[in-house]
Design a protein around this ligand. Structure first.
Ligand SMILES: Nc1ncnc2c1ncn2[C@@H]1O[C@H](COP(=O)(O)OP(=O)(O)O)[C@@H](O)[C@H]1O
Ligand SMILES: [Mg+2]
Length: 242
Protein backbone atom coordinates (compact mmCIF):
# COMPACT_ATOMS: atom_id res chain seq x y z
CA UNK A 1 0.00 0.00 0.00
CA UNK A 2 1.14 3.51 -0.77
CA UNK A 3 0.37 6.61 1.25
CA UNK A 4 -3.11 8.06 0.83
CA UNK A 5 -3.38 10.36 -2.16
CA UNK A 6 -5.09 13.53 -0.92
CA UNK A 7 -6.76 14.03 -4.26
CA UNK A 8 -8.37 10.57 -4.39
CA UNK A 9 -12.08 10.74 -5.13
CA UNK A 10 -14.69 8.41 -3.68
CA UNK A 11 -17.74 8.01 -5.88
CA UNK A 12 -21.07 8.71 -4.21
CA UNK A 13 -22.98 5.92 -5.90
CA UNK A 14 -25.58 8.46 -6.96
CA UNK A 15 -25.83 8.76 -10.69
CA UNK A 16 -25.47 12.36 -11.85
CA UNK A 17 -23.99 13.60 -8.60
CA UNK A 18 -20.38 12.58 -9.16
CA UNK A 19 -20.35 14.74 -12.27
CA UNK A 20 -21.49 17.70 -10.15
CA UNK A 21 -18.71 16.89 -7.66
CA UNK A 22 -16.14 16.47 -10.46
CA UNK A 23 -15.61 12.82 -9.62
CA UNK A 24 -16.88 12.32 -6.10
CA UNK A 25 -16.03 13.17 -2.52
CA UNK A 26 -12.39 13.52 -1.51
CA UNK A 27 -11.18 10.47 0.37
CA UNK A 28 -11.09 10.94 4.15
CA UNK A 29 -13.43 13.91 4.28
CA UNK A 30 -16.55 14.73 6.29
CA UNK A 31 -19.46 15.35 3.92
CA UNK A 32 -22.72 16.74 5.24
CA UNK A 33 -26.09 16.11 3.60
CA UNK A 34 -28.52 18.69 4.86
CA UNK A 35 -32.26 19.03 4.37
CA UNK A 36 -35.72 18.91 5.88
CA UNK A 37 -37.59 15.75 6.75
CA UNK A 38 -38.41 13.54 3.77
CA UNK A 39 -35.96 15.15 1.35
CA UNK A 40 -33.98 11.92 0.83
CA UNK A 41 -31.10 12.14 3.32
CA UNK A 42 -31.35 8.59 4.66
CA UNK A 43 -31.63 7.14 1.16
CA UNK A 44 -28.63 9.22 0.05
CA UNK A 45 -26.41 7.90 2.84
CA UNK A 46 -27.54 4.32 2.44
CA UNK A 47 -26.91 4.40 -1.31
CA UNK A 48 -23.41 5.74 -0.60
CA UNK A 49 -22.75 2.73 1.66
CA UNK A 50 -24.32 0.20 -0.73
CA UNK A 51 -22.01 1.51 -3.50
CA UNK A 52 -19.00 0.66 -1.34
CA UNK A 53 -20.33 -2.72 -0.19
CA UNK A 54 -21.11 -3.72 -3.80
CA UNK A 55 -17.41 -3.22 -4.56
CA UNK A 56 -16.40 -5.32 -1.56
CA UNK A 57 -15.45 -2.36 0.65
CA UNK A 58 -16.11 -2.44 4.37
CA UNK A 59 -18.68 0.16 5.34
CA UNK A 60 -20.26 1.34 8.59
CA UNK A 61 -23.64 2.81 9.44
CA UNK A 62 -24.03 4.74 12.68
CA UNK A 63 -27.58 5.12 13.94
CA UNK A 64 -28.21 7.84 16.49
CA UNK A 65 -31.97 7.91 17.07
CA UNK A 66 -35.16 5.90 17.11
CA UNK A 67 -36.05 7.46 13.76
CA UNK A 68 -33.19 5.75 11.92
CA UNK A 69 -33.70 2.34 13.50
CA UNK A 70 -36.05 1.10 10.79
CA UNK A 71 -33.47 1.75 8.05
CA UNK A 72 -32.97 -1.95 7.13
CA UNK A 73 -36.69 -2.54 6.74
CA UNK A 74 -37.33 0.71 4.85
CA UNK A 75 -34.50 0.25 2.36
CA UNK A 76 -35.81 -3.26 1.68
CA UNK A 77 -39.39 -2.16 1.03
CA UNK A 78 -38.38 1.01 -0.90
CA UNK A 79 -35.61 -0.32 -3.14
CA UNK A 80 -35.24 -4.01 -2.35
CA UNK A 81 -31.74 -3.32 -1.02
CA UNK A 82 -30.79 -6.21 1.20
CA UNK A 83 -28.63 -4.62 3.88
CA UNK A 84 -28.78 -7.75 6.05
CA UNK A 85 -26.93 -9.66 3.37
CA UNK A 86 -24.04 -7.16 3.50
CA UNK A 87 -24.04 -7.49 7.28
CA UNK A 88 -23.84 -11.30 6.99
CA UNK A 89 -20.99 -10.99 4.48
CA UNK A 90 -19.10 -8.86 6.99
CA UNK A 91 -19.13 -5.85 4.66
CA UNK A 92 -21.61 -3.68 6.58
CA UNK A 93 -21.50 -2.97 10.30
CA UNK A 94 -24.24 -1.16 12.16
CA UNK A 95 -23.40 0.82 15.26
CA UNK A 96 -26.61 1.75 17.05
CA UNK A 97 -25.77 4.25 19.75
CA UNK A 98 -29.27 4.01 21.21
CA UNK A 99 -28.37 0.45 22.23
CA UNK A 100 -28.43 0.49 26.06
CA UNK A 101 -25.41 -1.82 26.29
CA UNK A 102 -23.22 0.96 24.85
CA UNK A 103 -24.20 3.22 27.76
CA UNK A 104 -24.41 6.25 25.51
CA UNK A 105 -27.88 7.23 26.65
CA UNK A 106 -28.83 10.77 27.40
CA UNK A 107 -29.39 11.08 31.11
CA UNK A 108 -29.44 13.82 33.69
CA UNK A 109 -26.19 12.60 35.19
CA UNK A 110 -24.13 12.89 32.01
CA UNK A 111 -23.23 16.28 30.56
CA UNK A 112 -24.04 16.46 26.81
CA UNK A 113 -20.42 17.20 25.94
CA UNK A 114 -19.28 14.08 27.84
CA UNK A 115 -21.75 12.07 25.80
CA UNK A 116 -20.20 13.36 22.58
CA UNK A 117 -16.72 12.56 23.83
CA UNK A 118 -17.84 9.00 24.58
CA UNK A 119 -19.44 8.83 21.14
CA UNK A 120 -16.19 9.97 19.56
CA UNK A 121 -14.22 7.33 21.45
CA UNK A 122 -16.69 4.61 20.47
CA UNK A 123 -16.62 5.58 16.79
CA UNK A 124 -12.83 5.77 16.81
CA UNK A 125 -12.45 2.30 18.32
CA UNK A 126 -14.98 0.86 15.84
CA UNK A 127 -13.07 2.45 12.96
CA UNK A 128 -9.79 0.99 14.22
CA UNK A 129 -11.46 -2.41 14.64
CA UNK A 130 -13.28 -2.64 11.35
CA UNK A 131 -11.26 -0.25 9.17
CA UNK A 132 -14.15 0.84 6.98
CA UNK A 133 -13.63 2.97 3.88
CA UNK A 134 -17.08 4.58 4.17
CA UNK A 135 -19.17 5.73 7.12
CA UNK A 136 -22.72 7.01 7.20
CA UNK A 137 -24.10 8.77 10.28
CA UNK A 138 -27.88 9.10 10.30
CA UNK A 139 -28.21 11.71 11.74
CA UNK A 140 -25.97 13.99 13.75
CA UNK A 141 -28.52 16.30 15.38
CA UNK A 142 -29.63 13.90 18.12
CA UNK A 143 -26.06 14.05 19.37
CA UNK A 144 -25.55 17.80 19.33
CA UNK A 145 -28.97 19.28 20.13
CA UNK A 146 -28.33 19.53 23.87
CA UNK A 147 -25.17 21.64 23.50
CA UNK A 148 -26.08 25.17 24.46
CA UNK A 149 -22.97 27.16 23.65
CA UNK A 150 -22.25 27.68 19.96
CA UNK A 151 -18.55 27.89 20.70
CA UNK A 152 -18.60 24.49 22.38
CA UNK A 153 -20.68 23.13 19.53
CA UNK A 154 -18.11 24.21 16.95
CA UNK A 155 -15.31 22.57 18.88
CA UNK A 156 -17.21 19.31 19.39
CA UNK A 157 -18.26 19.10 15.74
CA UNK A 158 -14.66 19.66 14.65
CA UNK A 159 -13.60 17.00 17.13
CA UNK A 160 -15.95 14.36 15.73
CA UNK A 161 -15.18 15.18 12.09
CA UNK A 162 -11.44 15.05 12.78
CA UNK A 163 -11.75 11.35 13.63
CA UNK A 164 -12.79 10.57 10.04
CA UNK A 165 -10.02 12.69 8.55
CA UNK A 166 -7.41 11.11 10.82
CA UNK A 167 -8.41 7.58 9.80
CA UNK A 168 -8.95 8.48 6.14
CA UNK A 169 -12.57 7.33 6.20
CA UNK A 170 -14.93 9.06 3.79
CA UNK A 171 -18.06 9.96 5.69
CA UNK A 172 -21.57 11.10 4.87
CA UNK A 173 -23.33 12.79 7.78
CA UNK A 174 -26.97 13.82 7.62
CA UNK A 175 -28.43 16.77 9.47
CA UNK A 176 -32.01 18.04 9.59
CA UNK A 177 -33.02 21.69 9.73
CA UNK A 178 -33.27 22.33 13.44
CA UNK A 179 -32.62 25.41 15.58
CA UNK A 180 -29.70 26.51 13.40
CA UNK A 181 -27.76 23.37 14.28
CA UNK A 182 -27.54 22.48 10.59
CA UNK A 183 -25.60 25.69 9.92
CA UNK A 184 -23.08 24.89 12.63
CA UNK A 185 -22.58 21.38 11.28
CA UNK A 186 -22.23 22.72 7.74
CA UNK A 187 -19.44 25.05 8.92
CA UNK A 188 -17.28 22.16 10.03
CA UNK A 189 -17.87 19.98 6.97
CA UNK A 190 -15.54 19.50 3.99
CA UNK A 191 -18.53 19.47 1.68
CA UNK A 192 -22.20 20.27 2.06
CA UNK A 193 -24.97 18.97 -0.15
CA UNK A 194 -28.39 20.55 0.27
CA UNK A 195 -31.59 18.63 -0.42
CA UNK A 196 -34.97 20.31 -0.61
CA UNK A 197 -38.52 20.16 -1.90
CA UNK A 198 -39.80 22.61 -4.48
CA UNK A 199 -43.38 23.19 -5.57
CA UNK A 200 -43.79 24.37 -9.17
CA UNK A 201 -47.43 24.67 -10.13
CA UNK A 202 -49.05 21.45 -8.99
CA UNK A 203 -45.81 19.52 -9.00
CA UNK A 204 -43.74 18.60 -6.02
CA UNK A 205 -40.14 18.07 -6.97
CA UNK A 206 -37.05 17.26 -4.99
CA UNK A 207 -33.94 19.34 -5.55
CA UNK A 208 -30.23 19.10 -4.84
CA UNK A 209 -27.29 21.45 -4.96
CA UNK A 210 -23.73 21.50 -3.71
CA UNK A 211 -23.43 24.31 -1.20
CA UNK A 212 -19.69 23.94 -0.77
CA UNK A 213 -16.82 21.60 -1.47
CA UNK A 214 -13.43 22.42 -0.05
CA UNK A 215 -10.63 22.06 -2.58
CA UNK A 216 -12.73 21.49 -5.66
CA UNK A 217 -14.80 23.19 -8.27
CA UNK A 218 -18.37 21.93 -8.63
CA UNK A 219 -21.28 22.37 -10.97
CA UNK A 220 -23.14 25.28 -9.40
CA UNK A 221 -26.68 24.48 -10.41
CA UNK A 222 -29.80 23.40 -8.60
CA UNK A 223 -30.82 20.07 -10.11
CA UNK A 224 -33.70 17.65 -9.82
CA UNK A 225 -33.25 14.83 -7.33
CA UNK A 226 -35.24 11.86 -8.50
CA UNK A 227 -36.25 8.99 -6.22
CA UNK A 228 -37.47 5.81 -7.93
CA UNK A 229 -37.48 2.09 -7.11
CA UNK A 230 -33.77 2.08 -8.02
CA UNK A 231 -32.87 4.72 -5.45
CA UNK A 232 -31.72 8.28 -5.92
CA UNK A 233 -30.40 9.85 -9.10
CA UNK A 234 -29.67 13.43 -10.07
CA UNK A 235 -31.07 14.65 -13.35
CA UNK A 236 -29.25 17.22 -15.50
CA UNK A 237 -32.21 19.57 -15.28
CA UNK A 238 -33.34 22.39 -13.05
CA UNK A 239 -36.48 22.01 -10.93
CA UNK A 240 -37.29 25.67 -11.62
CA UNK A 241 -37.69 25.45 -15.41
CA UNK A 242 -40.51 23.87 -17.35
N1 LIG B 1 -39.28 3.55 -4.14
C1 LIG B 1 -39.50 4.87 -3.97
N2 LIG B 1 -39.85 5.63 -5.02
C2 LIG B 1 -40.08 6.96 -4.88
N3 LIG B 1 -39.94 7.62 -3.73
C3 LIG B 1 -39.58 6.91 -2.63
C4 LIG B 1 -39.35 5.51 -2.70
N4 LIG B 1 -39.00 5.09 -1.46
C5 LIG B 1 -39.04 6.17 -0.67
N5 LIG B 1 -39.39 7.28 -1.36
C6 LIG B 1 -39.53 8.65 -0.84
O1 LIG B 1 -38.37 9.04 -0.10
C7 LIG B 1 -38.79 9.65 1.10
C8 LIG B 1 -37.88 9.37 2.29
O2 LIG B 1 -36.60 9.77 2.06
P1 LIG B 1 -35.63 9.74 3.33
O3 LIG B 1 -34.27 9.48 2.82
O4 LIG B 1 -36.13 8.83 4.38
O5 LIG B 1 -35.80 11.25 3.83
P2 LIG B 1 -35.09 11.94 5.08
O6 LIG B 1 -34.08 11.00 5.63
O7 LIG B 1 -34.50 13.20 4.51
O8 LIG B 1 -36.19 12.24 6.04
C9 LIG B 1 -40.08 8.99 1.45
O9 LIG B 1 -40.84 9.83 2.30
C10 LIG B 1 -40.70 8.76 0.12
O10 LIG B 1 -41.45 9.90 -0.22
MG1 LIG C 1 -33.90 10.18 7.54
Amino acid sequence: MTDADPSMRVNSGISGLDEMLRGGFFEGTANVVSGKSGTGKTIFGTQFLVEGAKKGEKVMCIITSEESKSIVKEMKTSFNWNLEEYVNQGLLTFVDITDPSLRLQKSVEIAPSELIKSFKKLVESKIEDIQPTRIFIDSIEALFLAIESNYKLRTLIDDVFSVFRKHNVTSVITVGSMFGLDEMVEYGADSVIKLDRIITGNNLQRSIYIMKMRGSGTINEVRVLNISDNGISVLAQSPYLE
